[in-house]
Design a protein around this ligand. Structure first.
Ligand code: RM4
Ligand code: MN
Ligand code: MN
Length: 393
């Protein structure tokens, strides 16, 4: 590899950080059941311990995404608890996720529920979540709304738009000066006829209705087959609406498989779009949003972090100046080769060397295996895991 490429990779790796989700460490399943892993985290403290270990091994995951209901069952009162865990395990709380989809009241929706009382309950939970984010000095409130309907004619799509605008605006008004709210979209599931925020256009319009600190969050698993996700990201960046990414991979729907496992070229194209935008896309949040049902939790997380890092490094190898010249001249094959040759470069020797220079393990997965961490936590947590019957994290 040329010296210049090594330098390019180093610079990219120095700046690349990725947030990991607390729920990726707990026992999660499909709607058909869940398979218990002995070493899965059973408490918020264990999630932080695992996240701290991933950070120690990879060096690029300083923050953990928090799910209010699952990680902070006492809401605001749990802020000091989380602060203590941050100190103990050396990782900070990252984006804060309200939970608008599990309470019984939300059967027919949360912020788009026809009942004013239930909408108010959902708004209050979003406002509480903003306060939690302030308490934890978290920049981003990350909102995913599962609202929708299963049968045509059973709900008024238009009235629900207005109700959502009210809720989003109220939440936006409570944000601190350096805070943002991210609005995530998803075409279907759990609703199967209409989903209230089904695509990036709806999310973007809700952002515009609520204020300048609202941005769109793109989850790679939340698109219909064949959607050009990097094009959506390009539009959002260009129109100042890009808030961040939830990364995972899929073959069919919202499969939450480990990122890059099915289509690594897609993630390369997404990173290429972000890197080509330079400072315009600098503040985008890059997070993993996966649940690991069959792979070991720690192994799957580390594998994902390392894969993201490698694909980012590969995208950083694109000579964007040369690419622009080739694009302008419509030299198609050369442009494509300029783009693709970066994708085909094996950056693993360079990422290993980068880790070595920072005193990190050359191979985080191997180091995890050598450390005995999974065996130890498996012994400590086995009993608790076998007792737990909750359906989610
Ligand atoms: C959704 C979406 C959200 C996540 C929920 C639980 O599919 O990806 O980000 O919080 O699942
Ligand atoms: Mn998501
Ligand atoms: Mn999802």
């Amino acid at each position: 590899m040329k010296d210049q490429s090594v330098e390019q990779i180093d610079k990219a790796l120095d700046q690349f950080r990725i947030e990991i989700p607390s729920w990726g460490f707990a026992n999660t399943g499909t709607r058909f059941g869940k398979f218990i892993q002995d070493a899965a985290a059973t408490t918020t403290a264990e999630k932080f311990a695992d996240a701290g270990e991933v950070f120690r091994l990879t060096g690029i995951t300083p923050t953990v995404a928090i799910h209010v209901l699952w990680d902070m069952p006492n809401g605001l009162d749990d802020v000091p608890v989380i602060r203590g865990l941050e100190r103990k395990y050396g990782v900070r709380a990252g984006s804060i996720k309200p939970n608008l989809f599990e309470a019984q009241e939300y059967k027919f929706g949360s912020i788009a529920n026809p009942s004013a009382e239930i909408r108010q309950m959902a708004i209050q939970h979003m406002l509480d979540s903003v306060e939690i984010a302030k308490g934890l000095e978290s920049r981003d409130l990350s909102i995913w709304v599962s609202d929708g309907s299963n049968y045509p004619g059973t709900q008024s799509v238009r009235r629900r738009i207005r109700w959502m605008e009210e809720a989003m605006s109220a939440t936006h008004a409570a944000l601190g000066p350096n805070q943002r709210m991210l609005i995530e979209y998803k075409p279907f599931e759990p609703a199967f006829y209409h989903t209230d925020i089904a695509d990036w256009g709806m999310a973007m319009l809700l952002c515009q209705a609520s204020g300048a600190k609202a941005k769109v969050l793109v989850d790679t698993g939340h698109h219909l087959q064949g959607t050009n996700i990097e094009q959506i990201i390009a539009w959002l960046i260009e129109k100042d609406g890009f808030g961040g990414l939830h990364l995972n991979d899929r073959k069919y729907a919202d499969d939450d498989l480990t990122l890059g496992s099915i289509d690594p070229y897609q993630l390369f194209r997404i990173f290429a779009e972000i890197l080509s935008a330079g400072a315009k896309a600098d503040s985008a949040a890059v997070m993993i949003d996966q649940s690991h049902n069959l792979k070991g939790k720690m192994e799957a997380m580390i594998q994902s972090v390392v894969t993201a890092q490698e694909l980012y490094a590969r995208a950083a190898l694109i000579d964007f100046k040369r690419l622009a010249e080739l694009q302008d001249a419509c030299r198609l094959v050369e442009a494509e080769e300029c783009f693709r040759s970066a994708f085909w470069t094996d950056v693993r020797p360079a990422t290993r060397a980068w880790r070595g220079r920072r005193g990190l393990a050359a191979d985080p997965l191997q180091e995890l295996a050598a450390s005995g961490y999974v065996e130890r936590t498996g012994r400590e947590r086995r009993e608790r895991n076998r007792q737990s019957t909750a359906t989610y994290a």
